[in-house]
Design a protein around this ligand. Structure first.
Ligand SMILES: Cc1ncc(COP(=O)(O)O)c(C=O)c1O
Length: 454
């Protein structure tokens, strides 16, 4: 298998950095001048950049982005999934403009007729019976956690090691060297020791999961059905069925977070794999770019919650927010689900993604690289290991920051954008095979340079 010469990598990375600096004077100056922003950016993650400073956005449409230095990019990052419907899809823009300009009423604390339509559509797709809205998937997870604790009377939530579910305090736990949970490295200002609120198991490890559930104190298992935030780690045969069987056996609820795995199809992995969760959480892309999130309860779980008249679910219950379910985000969700991320659209997106995946596999084979790629519907992500890791800890160990930064910069310098903290490519309804061909030409040329072949 072909190995990477690290000194060649370092010198190529230096060359790409110079090119990036020279091509982006306006972005560089804007970043250097941003002295009132915490960390110089409006949100801390924007500092996860391959090139020393982030590209500043000028405008975006479909799967194209333009920066303030005038460069155009084919966007495979799509806001790390928030823009899976494509940037400013015309149908979503029309619905937003109608609400903003024609009817008015952006935040009113009053329901609109769109809300029941959206909830019914989410029921059609994900099978959950009752839905409530938030502004982020993080909040949807937090609010669902409260309900699940209240109903089970148990205090711990179980996660997969190296999961990501937003900034949910309970989720920042990993499997430590002794096989038990410990705080995830980088967990800032944890309110209490995370092992007091949480348990953890490796993905694809039913024995480890059962060992933790056997303590009898786990209210809920809160998981992505495939890990998507540490590469794409797919379920081994029988794993997801095993999770459901064990949670039922130990009286533990199951929350499936579909925020990213929605890429698997119109009803995410819940529909595609016939999963039977008690709660589904989704967010990000369903608003077509407008902030939103949602949690859905199965008919049985909703009944268990609603019959608990002792619980305050109207006022202080901690399961709502002033702007959640506002008319603007609900209108955006309706337009996105009804007109953009439709069943038909997923057929095309998944086909383009398969084309992307096959092309990358061919490149890895052609150059005998010990790398691999996994696909989950409309998204695909490669990892610098082969075979692809089967749990979060192994996937974390397969990261290679230098190599990633080089590839990201190489692509950015040639008009292609990936999310800086993922080797992930996501297809929106307007991504074409020609866009994929362009990516693959540039990617292959990066590989040839890395191997000293050009
Ligand atoms: C699986 C999953 N859940 C939740 C979230 C948090 O979403 P938000 O940023 O809307 O809070 C993310 C964000 O990437 C995610 O990937």
């Amino acid at each position: 298998m072909t190995a990477i010469d690290r000194s060649l990598l370092a010198s190529l990375a230096e060359r790409e950095q110079r090119t990036f600096d020279e091509a982006h004077p306006a972005s560089k100056a804007a970043y250097n001048d941003a002295s009132h922003l915490f960390g110089s950016v409006p949100m801390t993650w924007m500092n996860k950049k391959a090139g020393g400073f982030p590209i500043y956005l000028d405008r975006a449409v479909g799967n194209r982005v333009w920066d303030i230095d005038g460069h155009e990019y084919i966007d495979f990052a799509l806001g790390d999934t928030g823009a899976m419907a494509g940037h400013s899809a015309p149908e979503v823009v029309d619905a937003i403009i109608h609400r903003v300009r024609d009817t008015g009423g952006l935040t009113t604390m009053l329901p609109t007729l769109d809300a029941e339509w959206v909830a019914a559509e989410l029921t059609r797709r994900f099978g959950m019976d009752r839905w409530s809205f938030s502004l982020t998937a993080t909040d949807a997870n937090r609010w669902a956690i409260r309900l699940m604790r209240a109903i089970t009377g148990r205090d711990k939530i179980l996660f997969h090691s190296y999961c990501y579910h937003g900034s949910v305090d309970e989720s920042l736990i990993v499997v430590g060297p002794d096989g038990e949970g410990m705080s995830r490295p980088g967990n800032v200002g944890e309110p209490v020791d995370v092992t007091e609120t949480s348990r953890v198991a490796e993905y694809n490890d039913l024995e480890g999961l059962e060992r933790q559930l056997a303590h009898g104190d786990v209210a809920a298992v809160l998981i992505e059905p495939a890990l998507t935030n540490i590469g794409i780690v797919l379920p081994e045969p029988g794993y997801l069925e095993g999770v459901r069987a064990l949670t039922r056996q130990y009286g533990t609820l199951l929350l499936i977070d579909e925020t990213h795995t929605f890429s698997a199809g119109p009803g995410g992995m819940t529909l595609a794999y016939g999963l039977e969760p008690d709660v589904v959480v989704i967010g990000k892309s369903i608003g077509g770019g407008i902030p939103t999130g949602a949690y859905g309860l199965s008919a049985e779980f909703a009944e268990r919650v609603l019959e608990r008249t002792d619980l305050d679910l109207v006022d202080m219950g901690g399961v709502g927010g002033t702007l959640a379910g506002n008319p603007l985000s609900v209108a955006a969700m309706r337009a996105t689900l009804e007109l953009v991320l439709t069943d038909d659209a997923f057929v095309g997106m998944i086909d383009t993604s398969s084309y992307f995946t096959t092309g990358i596999e061919q490149i890895f084979e052609r150059y005998d690289l010990p790398w691999s790629i996994n696909q989950l519907g409309a998204r695909a992500e490669y990892r610098f290991s082969k075979p692809y890791p089967s749990n979060g800890t192994d996937a974390a160990a397969a990261a290679d920051g230098e190599l990633e930064d080089f590839i990201h910069l190489y692509l950015a310098n040639r008009g292609i954008m990936l999310t800086p903290f993922h080797n992930m490519a996501l297809m929106c309804p307007t991504t074409t095979r020609a866009d994929v061909d362009t990516h693959h030409e540039v990617f292959e040329s990066a590989i040839k340079e890395l191997l000293g072949l050009q």
